[in-house]
Design a protein around this ligand. Structure first.
Ligand SMILES: N[C@@H](CCC(=O)N[C@@H](CS)C(=O)NCC(=O)O)C(=O)O
Length: 134
């Protein structure tokens, strides 16, 4: 990939094609938005309370991030979405807390105040399903 990226063709792909692909993905995402799971109000309140302890660090048009956002929406989880590309503060939090600049990353704040930073979209979705899916 590194060698490929250094060629003119690679630069072209990354500079021009990727943003277009990103817009196409966002369009598809918005027009096929998943239906959120419906829960009894009291149960949903408890889930909302738990979801306040989570935050997703992401980029808007990253396919792995779209996958995680869609899974969260399907499970009706109101998780704070933090754009680590547009907001330098979130980028810094991610790198300082999680160790690397890679998205998506789920920040989990435990009851004792400690934090866990979970990378890899498939791990994040598995974790959310284990905790919140019926
Ligand atoms: N295997 C990872 C891939 C994540 C990934 O490649 N993320 C890219 C964005 S699409 C990234 O963080 N790149 C860092 C950068 O652009 O600096 C996952 O499934 O979460």
């Amino acid at each position: 990939v590194q060698i490929y990226c250094q060629t003119n063709k690679g630069v072209f792909v990354f500079k021009y094609i990727r943003p277009i692909l990103g817009k196409v993905l966002l369009f598809i995402d918005r027009s096929t938005s998943p239906k959120p799971l419906s829960r009894p109000p009291q149960y949903q309140e408890r889930i909302d309370h738990e979801a306040k302890k989570l935050a997703i660090y992401q980029f808007e048009a990253c396919p792995f991030c779209i996958k995680v956002r869609r899974a969260a929406k399907r499970m009706n989880l109101k998780i704070d979405i933090r754009d680590a590309r547009k907001e330098i503060q979130f980028k810094n939090e991610l790198v300082e807390g999680g160790g690397i600049y890679q998205v998506p990353c789920l920040k989990i704040t435990k009851d004792d105040g400690s934090t866990e930073w979970m990378y890899e979209s498939s791990n994040i979705i598995r974790y959310l399903k284990t905790r919140f899916a019926e």
